[in-house]
Design a protein around this ligand. Structure first.
Ligand code: AHR
Length: 498
């Protein structure tokens, strides 16, 4: 099987906004406690943060990290999580039926972010709280000094303001599982008033209003329309949350999951633009894909990890990812980049232990899941601007998405060089791809890696942490403006060119 890809240097989607390589840390399961934070661990720093995890996060290449939830945020009292640690209360977290000790809060998390080189994206609680708590948190975090709450932060040891730029106005407020969930009308009004007040404090903030919790929600589309009708002029982003999984052994459909993501993006863009045009607004709303990943949610529902005990840092949502999962994740990232003109920010949900690219064992090792690789390589190699290439390739039939192209690809380019990212969705055939790179002005291949395996279900585990990793993409050649590569079946690949 063969494919041909042509690249038009003028077909720029958008300059790369590094926030597209964001992630998400929620107070959930072992993401924070026994994940990034484990005071007794041999690599822990003076704050109790595991430095082996910090090293892996740096290698992963995350930029903006959403915090502290997720469903957790809808019951969160931020005041509990600041000040002397020994005085912080233990609370019940209803979202995940766990005990929250508040030993990590906004000040500690900001210090952790500095170690990783990432920036904070904060969510406010619009489930059980509202405008006043959101304004107080904003003052505590961002006001330099000389007010009650900024001085409280300074007294707590953080002199410089956190200066958080992006704020989420609640989380998944359309979901019946959300503490304090609302109708689109009620939420739209509350989000608009909260946004208006937060911008009265600082008009340069970037605010994210909640879109649907997923494109399969019964209110999908209508929710976005109603919420934006109330809040359009006050907000900058609308959120999208999307999780994918293989169902009923249908790998063919699963490998084409990014077609569903494309539909999701187009629907939200057209809905937002419909509202904007109706309001005769000059502004375009951007999309914040602030939760996206593979999540075997159906299996979690069946095993029902939430039980009647109130546990501290229980093992929840600890999916172990396969090669096929990593290929799908790489393809989802290609899709986000192809739509980067509207999807300006994204957060891989989540970062450590909970549906995560990084796993840890208490008192033991930290290791990379299969999904770590496409994310870290894309974050490292994608520089400059995104170009959407033209792909000529055959299709295969899927039960869920109709005919799906066998190959998908995106290109990034800047003055120093370019990068090409590719996926082969075929389960049986290698595909030889010819890529016209003349317009990129490149003549050498600096790096060519692929993620594939004879066993598409191979995984990395505590016992076998390096079973799956990147391999050299053998046989790639570049001459006379033509790059030729052979993509193994069910693979994700990347090439750096200069
Ligand atoms: O990421 C796990 C959960 O998924 C989040 O808490 C919630 O926002 C979503 O439903």
């Amino acid at each position: 099987t063969q494919a041909r890809i042509s690249i038009d240097r003028e077909a720029v989607v958008a300059p790369i906004d590094r926030r597209i390589f964001g992630s998400f840390v929620e107070h959930l399961g072992r993401c924070v406690y026994d994940g990034i934070y484990e005071p007794g661990h041999r690599t822990a720093n003076e704050d109790g943060f595991r430095m082996d995890v910090v090293e892996l996060v740096r290698e992963l290449g995350t930029t903006t990290i959403r915090y502290p939830g997720g469903n957790f945020v809808s019951g969160f009292r931020w005041e509990d999580s600041v000040g002397p640690r020994e005085q912080r209360p233990v609370r019940r977290d209803l979202a995940w039926h766990s005990l929250e000790t508040n030993q990590v809060g906004v000040d500690e998390f900001s210090r952790w972010l500095k170690l990783t080189g990432s920036e904070l994206m904060m969510a406010v609680n619009l489930g059980t709280r509202g405008i006043e708590a959101a304004l107080d948190l904003l003052e505590y975090c961002n006001h330099p000094s000389g007010t009650a709450l900024s001085d409280q932060r300074i007294a707590n040891g953080t002199v410089e303001p956190h200066d958080i730029r992006m704020w989420c106005l609640g989380n998944e407020m359309d979901g019946p599982w959300q503490t304090g969930y609302m109708t689109a009308d009620d939420y739209g009004k509350l989000a608009a008033r909260t946004a208006q007040a937060m911008k009265a404090a600082d008009r340069t903030l970037e605010l994210v209003v909640c879109g649907s919790s997923g494109s399969s929600m019964p209110t999908f589309g209508d929710w976005e329309r109603t919420v934006l009708e109330h809040s359009y002029e006050h907000v900058d982003f609308i959120s999208c949350h999307a999780y994918y999984q293989e169902r009923d052994g249908d790998l063919a459909s699963y490998l084409a999951s990014s077609l569903e993501m494309q539909y999701f993006i187009e629907t939200v863009v057209s809905t937002a633009d419909h509202v904007g045009n109706k309001l005769r607004s000059k502004k375009k709303i951007k999309l914040s894909f602030d939760e996206w990943n593979i999540w075997y949610l159906d299996e979690h529902r069946e095993s029902d990890e939430v039980n009647d005990e109130w546990r501290y840092a229980p093992r929840q949502l600890e999916d172990v990812y396969s090669v096929a999962d990593a290929v799908v994740l790489g393809n989802l990232l290609i899709t986000l980049l192809k739509n980067h003109d509207r999807v300006a920010s994204a957060s891989l949900a989540q970062l450590v232990n909970v549906i995560a690219p990084i796993m840890t064992e208490p008192g033991g090792d930290a290791w990379r899941q299969t999904t770590f690789f496409p994310f870290s390589v894309t974050s490292r190699l994608a520089k400059g601007a995104i170009i959407k290439p033209r792909i000529e390739v055959g299709t295969y039939e899927t039960k869920v998405h109709g005919d799906a192209p066998l190959v998908d690809s995106v290109v990034a380019t800047d003055a120093e060089g370019s990068a090409v990212f590719l996926v082969n969705r075929s389960q049986s055939e290698s595909i030889s791809v010819t890529i016209e790179v003349a317009e990129l002005g490149v003549s050498s291949i600096d790096e060519a890696v692929t993620l594939w395996d004879d066993d598409v279900y191979a995984k990395n585990t505590l016992a076998d942490q390096n079973r799956v990793g990147l391999k050299a993409l053998e046989g790639a050649s570049l001459a006379d403006g033509l790059l030729t590569v052979t993509l193994p079946p069910v693979s994700w690949s990347a090439l750096a060119l200069s």
